[in-house]
Design a protein around this ligand. Structure first.
Ligand code: HEC
Ligand code: HEC
Ligand code: HEC
Ligand code: HEC
Length: 132
């Protein structure tokens, strides 16, 4: 009888692990992303490279992702929320505050400011914008 209980416990544990596995597999997006403005493009386009997975190792999703409420204000990131492109909200036509009015401005306010705070060398243009 003892053995049976034991198997039952193992089965329950295994099931639990399966569910844990499923939540780990929730969408983390691509490991590496090439970012490019498509709406408010600069005259001379400049792509930015972004090692997404590497940042996910040390940062919370909420450090970069959020959404927008019906009142137009920022809504803090919640797990498994829909993640839209930054530029879908941060573009000139959307009328965001000047500091984050375009993809470039929002990206610089997020990416570049953190880099600058960590280490000046990380804020050099070529860290994100590779030389051609
Ligand atoms: C920490 C990363 C990072 C650093 C450092 C950085 N940028 Fe950017 N920059 C971005 C991202 C992300 C974008 C938005 C995506 C894109 O268009 O490349 C962007 C956009 C731009 C754009 C608009 C490009 C376009 O095609 O519309 C320009 C111009 C630009 N950056 C110039 C600079 C210059 C000049 C420096 C150095 C003084 C710099 N950036 C440093 C991340 C960075
Ligand atoms: C350092 C900033 C940063 C962190 C931290 C981060 N992301 Fe991202 N993520 C981005 C950027 C930038 C993009 C590209 C958005 C764009 O193309 O405009 C992106 C794209 C995505 C996408 C793809 C969206 C699409 O369809 O284009 C998903 C999904 C995603 N992230 C999930 C996550 C999750 C989940 C976490 C936490 C485990 C996370 N991200 C952490 C910056 C970040
Ligand atoms: C669904 C719309 C939406 C998306 C998508 C979005 N943002 Fe925002 N973001 C907002 C709103 C709304 C605010 C608040 C603006 C204000 O101050 O009124 C904001 C503010 C910001 C700010 C300034 C405040 C802060 O939190 O530091 C930064 C930086 C920023 N966003 C960067 C990003 C980046 C980078 C992405 C893509 C990874 C992104 N946003 C995606 C709507 C969005
Ligand atoms: C909250 C802080 C933070 C934010 C936000 C952030 N980064 Fe970083 N990023 C770092 C740190 C710290 C490193 C150095 C990590 C290392 O070398 O292990 C780094 C490294 C990098 C590197 C160099 C990776 C390498 O292999 O040398 C690139 C490129 C980069 N980030 C691009 C971006 C872009 C583009 C964004 C915005 C979409 C961004 N980062 C947002 C903190 C941040």
């Amino acid at each position: 009888m003892k053995k049976v209980t034991c198997y039952a416990v193992v089965a329950v544990l295994a099931l639990g692990l399966c569910f844990a596995g499923a939540s780990i597999a929730s969408d983390k997006g691509p490991a590496d992303i090439t970012l490019e403005s498509t709406i408010d493009k600069a005259k001379k386009a400049k792509i930015a490279q972004f090692p997404h997975a590497k940042h996910q190792e040390t940062l919370k999703c909420a450090e970069c992702h959020h959404s927008k409420g019906a009142d137009g204000k920022q809504v803090a990131y919640v797990e498994d929320q829909k993640i839209e492109k930054c530029e879908s909200c941060h573009n000139k036509a959307a009328g965001m505050p000047k500091e984050v009015a375009t993809f470039k401005d929002a990206a610089h306010a997020n990416c570049k400011e953190c880099h600058k705070a960590k280490d000046k060398a990380l804020a050099k243009c070529t860290v994100c914008h590779p030389k051609k």
